[in-house]
Design a protein around this ligand. Structure first.
Ligand code: MG
Length: 259
């Protein structure tokens, strides 16, 4: 008995003051559960999205399902000429960039890509730097998230995989070896422009590479430029463009959600 009493005392001592006050003053005060209701928000109710593993969420637009490039076209119009095989498509060097038929503004974008295991050129020499399995994902055709074999391949860090090309160095380098599939998850907020074509808000982007954060809501400085500084020029929603940099980089499982 004595033990039980001690236990009861200990439990009472451990009770939060609020619950003690509730029981002692329930007749005169609004009960806590009623006060708590005041900060409950019941609308809007989020739409239900089915999120299966390794496939697009149910509300995504599938841009490549492993079978055809029907959602894509050449950068200058016409057919997308890259090669579809074994559930993936591969840059056909010198056929040019390809871009989505549809235009996008703010998006969540998922892209899987793989660089070839062969890292030597026709002359037998090891390809290095920007010359080793280079491609890119151009958001709104303007802002490049770099695709490059950055596994044991030295280059300028603001041009390696995970960079916003020539603008932002990735936080870390989580790239996998050539021949292994890699994943980009990109959350992009498009820049906005006034009616007289002035920049009103720069774009921003968050990038995860293989599930690891490499760009944390960074501000985009303008259209990607190889030479010189990036500069904005007014535009509206625009396609997603993939770069033909002359290297047979492969892609699969591409989907996008409009935000
Ligand atoms: Mg590139």
């Amino acid at each position: 008995m004595k033990k039980l009493n001690l236990l009861t005392c200990a439990l009472i001592a451990a009770m939060p003051l609020s619950s003690m006050a509730d029981s002692s003053s329930s007749s005169s005060k609004i009960p806590d559960w009623k006060l708590a209701e005041a900060s409950e928000v019941w609308t809007p109710v989020p739409a239900v999205v089915t999120a299966n593993k390794n496939t697009a969420p149910s509300d995504a637009i599938v841009l490549f399902d492993g079978k055809s490039l029907s959602q894509w076209q050449g950068a200058e119009g016409g057919e997308a000429k890259w090669t579809v095989k074994n559930g993936a498509f591969t840059v056909a060097p010198k056929t040019g960039d390809i871009k989505t038929k549809e235009s996008f503004c703010d998006v969540q974008l998922h892209v899987e890509w793989m660089t070839p295991t062969k890292i030597t050129g026709d002359d037998g020499k090891t390809l290095e730097g920007q010359g080793r399995s280079n491609s890119g994902i151009f958001l709104q055709e303007q802002y490049e998230v770099q695709v490059l074999d950055s596994y044991n391949n030295k280059t300028y860090p603001n041009g390696q995989a995970g960079s916003v090309y020539k603008q932002h160095i990735p936080l870390v380098n989580p790239t996998r070896a050539p021949g292994v599939w890699q994943e980009y998850d990109i959350i992009f907020t498009a820049p906005t422009f006034s009616d007289d074509k002035k920049l009103t808000k720069p774009g921003s982007v968050t990038v995860l590479l293989n599930g690891v954060l490499v760009q944390n809501n960074i501000q985009i400085q303008g259209a990607t430029a190889w030479i010189g500084k990036p500069v904005y020029s007014a535009h509206g929603c625009a396609p997603i463009r993939l770069q033909d940099h002359g290297n047979p980089v492969s892609f699969r499982n591409i989907w996008v959600r409009k935000l």
